[in-house]
Design a protein around this ligand. Structure first.
Ligand code: ZN
Length: 225
């Protein structure tokens, strides 16, 4: 088999760095979770994903598994058991170049009650909508879970997975990781708020104002403004 191109090697290294950062930032522990990045090369469009059952601090670039959007893997390792939702997200969402899946403790605690994160705080809009949905439970690695993830992510950049964990997507690995950390932070604050009372929700109209602000936040101003 031919050696991967330097750009692919770099992407593999970046996927490992993101998986290590996921654990270092406290949003995942041990071998749980997985990370992928979209791979575009001359041969095919696909993605590279962390392998199954290998500790992130033992993972080398050659262990990262390249896959096509048809779900074919190459390389010496088996892909993460969750490769289906990675593939299906890249197929359905052309805006997504990276995916972080973590068993983040606070987000997962809410997901174990099949609770998403409602508009209790304006930063919920950072995931792209008025709330962060929780996908109904399905067995890990199944097409059923992938279908439910896609529905929960519709119009969103993050969702929780009932009795399982959370997913954040982005245009880059650093963006997906930052969003995953933000979702876990929101889950923790929501959990703390629920432990002392019942937070009031922001109105839809206010969340729409925030969503519009986030759409233009960080964008260069037009010269005429
Ligand atoms: Zn998982």
């Amino acid at each position: 088999m031919s050696e991967p191109a330097e750009s692919e090697r770099e992407l593999r290294r970046a996927v490992i760095a993101t998986a290590l950062a996921m654990n270092a930032r406290g949003i995942n522990r041990g071998k749980s979770g997985n990370v992928s990045a979209r791979l575009r090369d001359d041969i095919c469009d696909g993605f590279v994903v962390t392998p199954t059952g290998l500790a992130y601090d033992e993972t080398q670039p050659e262990d990262i598994v390249p896959m096509t959007l048809d779900g074919e893997a190459r390389g010496s390792r088996l892909p993460s058991s969750e490769w289906r939702f990675h593939r299906d997200i890249y197929r359905a969402r052309l805006d997504v170049n990276a995916i972080v899946h973590a068993h983040a403790p606070f987000a997962t605690a809410l997901a174990c009650l099949s609770r998403g994160i409602p508009a209790f705080h304006y930063m919920v809009a950072v995931a792209g909508g008025r709330d962060i949905r929780c996908a109904p439970y399905a067995t890990f690695g199944t097409q059923e879970l992938s279908d439910r993830v896609l529905a929960a992510l519709d119009g969103r950049k993050a969702c929780l997975l009932a009795h399982h964990g959370m997913i954040a997507v982005g245009t880059s690995l650093s963006g997906a990781l930052a969003l995953a950390v933000e979702v876990e932070t929101l889950a923790e604050i929501y959990w703390r708020a629920l432990s002392i009372g019942q937070p009031q929700m922001l109105a839809d109209v206010e969340m729409d104002v925030i969503l519009e602000k986030f759409r233009t936040y960080g964008q260069p101003r037009r010269a005429t403004e």
